[in-house]
Structure formats: structure tokens, C-alpha cells
Design a protein around this ligand. Sequence first.
Ligand SMILES: [Fe+2]
Ligand SMILES: [Fe+2]
Length: 148
Amino acid sequence: MSRKNDILSRMLKDHSKIEELLDDLEEEVRKGYSNMKKSFSRFEWELEKHIFVEERAIFTEYFPKDVTEGYKMLPVVTKDHNFILNKINNWRNDILNKRNITDISELKDFLIKHREYEETELYPKLDQALDEEQKKHIIDRIEQIVEY
Ligand SMILES: [Fe+2]
Ligand SMILES: [Fe+2]
């Protein structure tokens, strides 16, 4: 099977998977606590794997030639990740304390903006800047963690 040697297409697929899981969570919250718990656990697992892959498999391999331009992107994305993970922690606490989670649409809007930035700015630049061998190495790591 020949697959394009690019990071963007793989992350696109994972982004839509995460968005579907969040849609599912939003739906399940309406149905009650036990459904919400299962659905949250699936969403949380996939989202945390995704962020792990981005920060530990992809960003660590990126050493831009144009340092000011290149490195500008990573703090933006990492700051977003911290916001997202913090929100997830709050939801986890809500669930442990048998509270309904709130602000789902707020996180959804945030995630959409975040992934659009990655898909239009970050990953196209990375695919351009990295050589084939670096990309192969990163893709191999992505595929150890993420299932499509
Ligand atoms: Fe991200
Ligand atoms: Fe992402």
C-alpha cells in the first residue's frame, strides 16, 4: 500500500476522529451520567494521545532554519494544548464528583480554531521543512500511537 509521506494527512484524520468523539460526548451528556462517563473516557484517551504525538513525536523533530518564523508557531500550539488539557482535567473532576460537564460547545469552538491553525499553518510548513527521512521517522512514531 503506498501512502503519501506527509504528516498533515495523518493529523487531519485524527482531528476528525477527535471532533466526532466530542460530538458524541455532547450527545451522551443529554442522555445522563453513565453514558457521559464512557463517552468522556473515549474522547479523553484519543485527545491525550493526539497531543502526546504532537508534542513528543512531531515538535521535537522540528529545527527550523528560519528560527524566528518557525519557532513562533510551537508556543502558540503548546499554549492551546495546555488550555485544552486543563479543560479536560476540569471535566474529569466533574465526572468524579458526579457533576454534569458543561461548556462543551465552547471547547468545540476552541478545538476547531486550533486544528484549523495546525492544518493551514503548522503542518503544511512542517511537511515542507522536514526532509523525507525525518518525516518517515515522525510518521513511524505517529503510527505507533494513533489508529485511524
Ligand atoms: Fe494540537
Ligand atoms: Fe492536532
